[in-house]
Design a protein around this ligand. Structure first.
Ligand code: HOZ
Length: 446
């Protein structure tokens, strides 16, 4: 294991190759990045440029290793470059990279997903979570012949116009209240409710009878940090949407195959009408899907009039990578999810013990192998309002103190940390040692 440098965690780092790479990137890429939350805007400093990943580790341009808790924002549940995925990719690659025509791989992945999530009768493959949820909303509107949707403050569903209203993830991280370019017309059909507050949802149904097509949510949020649904919240949403003939849509792009085989719907036993999956189902390549009951899905073209298409949809490389990942997870379900739970639990309890010892106000929220550390004086996180109580400045200090010790956390206090099956006991121990040192220094300087 790497030894920890004993100089202060607050001593500025010497210039790195990442700094030079970032300078060059900023000349030609907007903000030097291709997705805003990667820019380190909210934590300050220079984004690390990575050269390669292996197991639980990323390596920067100077070959410095980082224990990775971002894992491509949750996609890499098996860690970086697992053999089963790279072998499947090599085998597929030599046969060609894209056909724009059907392949058997698409059917195989669809079968595997629907076996793990049996309420999915039919699915459609797309390239990203944004695309999956945008398509679902069009389908929900086309199917119900209603216009409005309810989303929850702080939930993030990609960058489709209807969702960039009170959104989480990068929108929250960069403090963008409302994105220019989203028309009032697009925003007016998005109604905002509070997570874990069924009365806020009921009010919308009362105010807009017969107008609401769907209720859309991350059933366990990841994009305002991890916030867990309280007992009965999801079942109350299920009952209410049934009563009102509206559809219930779970965005499980982050939680799908992460909190267990399937996702939150399978783990908590609440069945939505429609579901979006992404990240893990592509095993690190761009793949996502949306699906649900056949009676609804058959409204999508070519069977129905709701149009959605894509040149790279069902791309063979993405399908092969997803297939290898899900096969590995299903074959070793108990072992893999058991390890993820064990390590997640150890990290959570270890961090809580450090916080208690050092008297750092902090809440750790977790389901399985996804968690968030909130620096807050509140005792629990129920909704967006609670989340905004967090001390972003302290998170920034903690983030950099961890980065300096070779631990790569999300560069935003509003995102989830992820574990992979490649993380070992010793990695968790090292993380806790580093966290203890980071928080001790932060406290002693405050
Ligand atoms: N929306 C992703 C996190 N919730 C970030 C994607 C990225 O920057 O790669």
């Amino acid at each position: 294991m790497e030894t920890i440098n004993q100089e202060s965690l607050f001593t500025p780092m010497t210039a790195t190759s990442s700094e030079n790479a970032f300078k060059a990137a900023k000349d030609v890429l907007v903000g030097g990045v291709n997705s805003p939350v990667r820019s380190f805007n909210s934590v300050g400093g220079t984004p690390v440029f990575f050269e390669r990943g292996s197991g639980a580790f990323l390596y920067d341009l100077d070959e410095k290793p980082y224990l990775d808790y971002v894992l491509s924002w949750g996609a890499l549940i098996l860690g970086h470059a697992p053999k089963c995925v790279t072998a499947a990719l090599h085998e597929t690659l030599v046969k060609g990279t894209s056909f724009g025509a059907p392949t058997v791989l698409e059917t195989k992945l669809a079968n595997l997903v629907t076996e793990c999530v049996p309420f999915l009768e039919k699915v459609r493959m797309v390239n990203s979570g944004t695309e999956a949820v945008m398509s679902l909303i069009r389908l929900a509107r086309g199917y119900t012949k209603r216009s409005k949707i309810i989303k929850f403050r702080g939930c993030y569903h990609g960058h489709g116009d209807s969702f960039l209203v009170e959104a989480g993830s990068g929108v929250l991280t960069l403090g963008i209240a409302a994105s220019p370019g989203v028309t009032a017309g697009a925003a007016k059909d998005t109604l905002i409710a509070e997570f874990n507050d069924i009365s806020s949802v009921k009010e919308h149904f009362t105010r807009h009878p017969g107008e609401i097509a769907a209720v859309l949510l991350e059933p366990v949020t990841g994009n305002m940090g991890v916030v867990l649904p309280e007992t009965q919240f999801l079942t109350a949403l299920r009952t209410l949407t049934e009563e009102k003939d509206a559809l219930l849509i779970f965005d499980e792009v982050m939680t799908g195959f992460r909190v267990g085989l399937g996702g939150v719907s399978m783990r908590l036993g609440v069945t939505p009408d429609l579901l979006a999956l992404g990240k893990i189902i592509g095993g690190g390549l761009p793949a996502a899907l949306y699906g649900g009951r056949a009676e609804i899905m058959d409204h999508v073209a070519p069977l129905g009039p709701v149009y959605q298409a894509g040149t790279l949809s069902g791309n063979p490389l993405a399908m092969a990578s997803g297939l290898a990942t899900l096969t590995e997870l299903r074959t070793h379900e108990q072992n893999h999810y058991g390890i993820l739970e064990k390590h997640g639990h150890r990290l959570e309890t270890g961090l809580n013990a450090i916080a208690t010892e050092l008297k750092v106000p902090m809440v750790v929220t977790r389901m399985g192998s996804m968690m968030t550390v909130f620096f807050t004086t509140l005792s629990k996180m129920r909704n967006f309002n609670d989340v905004t109580s967090l001390d972003a400045n302290r998170y920034g200090q903690f983030f950099h103190a961890m980065l300096k010790q070779g631990i790569y956390l999300p560069p935003s206090p509003y995102e989830a940390w992820f574990l992979s099956i490649a993380h070992k006991d010793a990695d968790i121990s090292k993380t806790l040692t580093c966290a203890q040192r980071a928080l001790s220094e932060i406290i002693s300087r405050s």
